[in-house]
Write a protein that binds this ligand. Structure first.
Ligand code: BTN
Length: 270
């Protein structure tokens, strides 16, 4: 199988201004899941920054055991290997940094105004355009290596988006009204993540949190929280130092969320 010309590795590399992320870069026509591929590369000793981008995934995965539709020719599916020195409690900050990188890259390449929805989505006009799946290989109680998987709906048409998610999803092309260059976007994502990962590695987590607050789609909004079986209403209040979401429930208690699903309630919902 041949890699399409618009995402040829030399095309992305010619646009790439990054220090660590995307160096080296491997581009595949097809893979099961780029996250699984990069996780295995991590075990094999590949260097920090190693990235894989695939034109198509046959077993793309999302959070909470969901599938990530990955048709060829229209999306951006990439995973990046990191070897940070950190306790597992800090990994949500890496996901937040990746979300900021995706949002920043979208801002750079399009005229859109993306927002980051806790914990791992990027929205345009309130609809999901990208998702991040961060996975860890642990060694005892510390983090061995981290795989950050990024899926972006780039040039999908409505019918390319799975029916089950169509209502709450969009693509950059649908939102911007023009075809978006996948190589430009990939290079912008790697370069932006390179900068945010440097900020993270230097321990400047407040800078990540500040931008996360500024670009948040969630903070200050009434939300519905789903945890396991139950759902409950709250107001999203802030991010804490570890990237957890702080919400005030209807009894007035402040609660800290590290996982789960948060849906922003619309004004019509009461
Ligand atoms: C989500 O929103 O639930 C996260 C979606 C993450 C999808 C990306 S596509 C590249 C990488 N490989 C995968 O199998 N998943 C991630």
């Amino acid at each position: 199988m041949i890699v399409p010309a618009d995402i040829a590795p030399e095309r992305i590399q010619a646009r790439l201004h990054s220090r660590v992320i995307g160096r080296p870069l491997e581009v595949l026509a097809e893979v099961g899941s780029t996250n699984d591929f990069v996780m295995a590369e991590g075990h094999r000793g590949s260097p920090e920054g190693f990235a894989v981008l695939a034109d198509r995934q046959t077993a793309g995965r999302g959070r909470l055991g969901r599938a990530w539709a990955s048709p060829p020719g229209v999306g951006l599916y990439t995973s990046i290997l990191l070897r940070p020195h950190l306790p597992p409690i800090q990994t949500p900050l890496i996901t937040l940094a990746a979300g900021l990188a995706v949002a920043g890259a979208i801002r750079e390449v399009t005229e859109l105004d993306p927002r980051v929805k806790w914990p791992n989505d990027v929205l345009v006009d309130g609809r999901k355009v990208a998702g991040i799946l961060t996975e860890l290989a642990t060694v005892g109680s510390s983090v061995g290596h981290v795989v950050v998987g990024i899926g972006i709906n780039v040039n999908q048409d409505w019918q390319d988006l799975p029916e089950g998610v169509r209502q709450g999803a969009t693509s950059l092309r649908l939102a911007a009204g023009r075809v978006i260059g996948r190589a430009d976007l990939a290079a912008a994502v790697y370069a932006s993540f390179d900068q945010w990962y440097q900020v993270f590695s230097e321990g400047r987590t407040e800078a990540i949190l500040d931008r996360g607050r500024e670009w948040s789609a969630t903070l200050g909004k009434p939300v519905e929280v789903s945890e396991g079986e139950g759902t409950w209403r709250a107001l999203a209040v802030d991010l804490d130092a570890y990237g957890a979401l702080l919400v005030r429930d209807e009894a007035g208690d402040l609660r800290r969320l590290v996982a789960g699903e948060v849906r922003v309630r619309t004004s019509g919902e009461g």
